[in-house]
Design a protein around this ligand. Structure first.
Ligand code: CP3
Length: 350
């Protein structure tokens, strides 16, 4: 099935495009009434994520409604720890929770890389089905959490204001945290490779919490494992290569290191200008980002102005994938999202 819209893949390969490609983190989510309807039918978030037909349906919803240049498989980063036996659930209004968090060396020793053909088969089935149903309309992105971000949830057992337990472990028993990150990294690499084999055409790693670490700890516990993934994940050669994007909240201090990691693209938040990010990445990678999601609460005029400013900040030439600097929120107006997507295409065509 030939790809009808290859803007994303061309931009990630730093080749010229007719318009800047745009997709949005959390584009399949609660801000869409059609998502909320499917989610209600599924009964729970995991009921939705583990059902390939329903996961496919919600993946396609934003691509049908808006002129987006990519789809992202509907799943979650916490599928890996769930498959490792931690017992994931989502309490309404509370976010994710693990029944059996990782709290001791014995807990770490018990962890093993899950089997992609059995324990995580539902994700691969969803990828295969989505690829078929997309029919080449836009490329499909597969994803994983970063090892450090997954470790944050695994050790804490839930979300947290400060992830104190994992930071305590980094200082009091660094060898134990490295053992944990080691097995999680191997799982991430196997997971991304399996999504690629199932049909994912680009891959992304979400490092949501690495940026909360002090620089020496970021390098030791987050960057090191991101680099390992970028270096060892087999993803083809030349025009067959499946690009890898490393996104990190608060990763601006480390752009030179990330650009040298071996990844094809770096995703940045809005605390750095694209002009600066581009200079510091020195043409080694494509750059994805970086509009502040809160911009979507403002008026359509303001949204259009900010889109133009973001495009101008990157400047002319290839290698930009437009995105937000973090995910869409449930209370955002779908019509404002449309204004954003259309403005990216309108202004970047000029
Ligand atoms: O981007 C997409 O459209 C693809 C789907 C996707 C989801 N989660 C669906 C989801 C992706 C890429 C993720 C990644 C994810 N999940 C991250 C990294 C990205 C980021 O935001 O920094 C993290 C940290 C998680 C963990 C997670 N999953 C949390 C904290 C929550 C609860 C959040 C909340 O708002 O309730 C989830 C649940 C979740 N994952 C939802 C969605 C659409 C909402 C749950 C629901 O529908 O009930």
């Amino acid at each position: 099935m030939p790809l009808q819209n290859d803007r994303l893949l061309r931009a990630l390969a730093r080749q010229p495009v007719d318009r800047t490609p745009v997709w949005l983190m959390r584009q399949a989510g609660r801000f869409l009434p059609e998502y909320r309807a499917t989610r209600a039918r599924a009964g729970s978030f995991m009921g939705l994520a583990t059902n390939p037909e329903l996961a496919c349906e919600v993946t396609l919803q934003p691509v049908q409604r808006f002129a987006l240049d990519a789809a992202i498989v509907f799943s979650d980063i916490l599928t890996i720890p769930d498959a490792m036996g931690l017992g994931l659930s989502f309490e309404t209004g509370e976010g994710p929770r693990f029944a059996r968090p990782v709290r001791s060396n014995a807990d770490i020793a018990k962890l093993a890389v899950p089997d992609m053909d059995t324990e995580l088969r539902y994700v691969m089935d969803a990828v295969r089905l989505i690829r078929r149903e997309l029919g080449g309309k836009v490329p499909l992105i597969g994803f994983s959490g970063s090892p450090f971000t997954l470790a944050c949830y695994m050790v804490e057992g839930s979300g947290s204001d400060n992830f104190a337990r994992v930071k305590m472990l980094a200082l009091d028993d660094p060898a134990a945290l490295h053992r944990l990150l080691d097995v999680v990294s191997e799982a991430v690499i196997a997971y991304l490779a399996a999504q690629r084999a199932a049909g994912a055409q680009a891959l992304m790693v979400f490092d949501t919490w690495g940026g909360t670490l002090a620089p020496h700890l970021y390098r030791e516990f987050s960057l090191r494992y991101l680099t390992r993934i970028a270096q060892t994940l087999a993803r083809g050669e030349g025009s067959e290569r499946t690009p890898l994007i490393l996104f990190g909240k608060g990763n601006a201090p480390y752009l030179e290191d990330l650009a040298a990691s071996g990844a094809e693209g770096i995703g940045v938040d809005w605390t750095v200008s694209l002009a600066e990010a581009r200079v510091r990445c020195a043409g080694k990678v494509a750059i994805q980002g970086n509009l502040d999601p809160s911009t979507l609460y403002a008026s359509p005029d303001a949204i259009r102005r900010e889109v133009r400013r973001t495009l101008d900040s990157y400047g002319p030439g290839p290698g930009h994938v437009f995105n937000l600097g973090h995910g869409l929120a449930p209370d955002m107006d779908p019509e404002h999202v449309r204004v954003l997507v259309d403005a990216v295409h309108e202004f970047s065509a000029q």
